[in-house]
Ligand binder design. Structure first.
Ligand code: ZN
Length: 297
């Protein structure tokens, strides 16, 4: 694997508006399931030799967060845990490493992860559990896991939905760096780098690696991780009530130029109720909450 290729693979954040979940309409689904209602991709095989191995080096980059604006959004310093700023960043070695920074506090439940703030290949949450909720598959496998606090909140959310006659199922939650890398590399082999990036997240850039995100669908599994989920009664319920349980719709409609991702009505992210309620009340994104640089800027 050539250096230019690796650099392009890991560093390029120019690709826009695509697949926070690792896919959109592509059959290369968010995370392949073995027996899910909706999946049509095989479980990934083990890592390929073509895998890019990001070497990291400490680099004193300037903060990614500009000074607080007058828009009334939160300054990172107002939040106890999430400061995607002000820490010397671990950056991917390459020619264009001025555009990507490491997430400073990946264990924070309010950590901001996107195409510019990335997780290390070594980051793995240490409190992953299996949420006690329905999934579209039976196996106890990686993508069924979430961090404990998020898993408990998810249970509350599913129970709350049920009381309103909405029956939800999990599709894909935690995804390790290595799983994402394997998926991505397989897609690159199949379709080439540029096309792969249109439907699959680059390793380290997937919010699923936090263990705080999950793709949710109706219990019938129809439209799981597909655009047609938008507008379903489940999607409407999620948009209206997720914040009550500490979750946000992470990639809202109309905010593509800020989040760097298309509208994904199925992808919810746990941030805790104080942050989720503020984000929902102001109708803003996580990037706006922290006054972070728009991803596609
Ligand atoms: Zn997702």
């Amino acid at each position: 694997m050539s250096k230019p290729f690796i650099s392009a693979l890991l560093i390029s954040v120019s690709i826009s508006l695509l697949a926070g979940c690792g896919n959109t309409a592509s059959p290369a689904t968010d995370a392949p399931t073995t027996s899910s209602i909706s999946s049509n991709t095989p479980e990934p095989t083990q890592a390929t030799s073509a895998s890019p191995s990001p070497k990291t080096s400490v680099s004193p980059l300037p903060s990614v967060s500009p000074a607080a604006t007058a828009k009334g959004t939160k300054s990172p310093t107002d939040s106890p845990n999430a400061k995607p700023t002000a820490t010397p960043a671990t950056t991917v070695k390459g020619e264009k490493n001025d555009d990507v920074q490491a997430v400073a506090k990946p264990d924070s439940i309010t950590a901001l992860v996107n195409k510019k703030l990335v997780l290390s290949e070594n980051y793995e949450p240490n409190d992953l559990v299996y949420p006690d909720v329905l999934f579209t598959f039976k196996e106890k496998i990686e993508k069924r896991k979430m961090r404990k606090e998020a898993a408990e909140a998810l249970k509350q959310l599913f129970d709350g939905a049920k009381e309103d006659g909405i029956h939800l199922a999990g599709v894909s939650a935690y995804r390790s760096y290595s799983t994402q890398k394997t998926l991505f590399n397989n897609y690159v082999k199949k379709d080439g780098l540029e096309k792969a990036k249109t439907y699959s997240a680059v390793p380290g850039q997937s919010e699923h690696q936090t263990g705080l995100s999950i793709d949710v669908t109706g219990s019938d599994g129809k439209c799981a991780v597909q655009d047609c989920f938008g507008g379903t009664k489940e999607a409407v319920w999620l948009a209206k009530h997720s914040a009550e349980y500490g979750f946000i719709i992470r990639y809202p409609e109309g905010k593509e130029s800020i989040t760097g991702y298309q509208y994904e009505p199925w992808h919810i992210r746990y941030v805790g109720t104080s942050v989720s309620k503020e984000i929902a009340a102001k109708n803003i994104t996580m990037e706006e909450y922290y006054n972070a640089v728009p991803v596609t800027k």
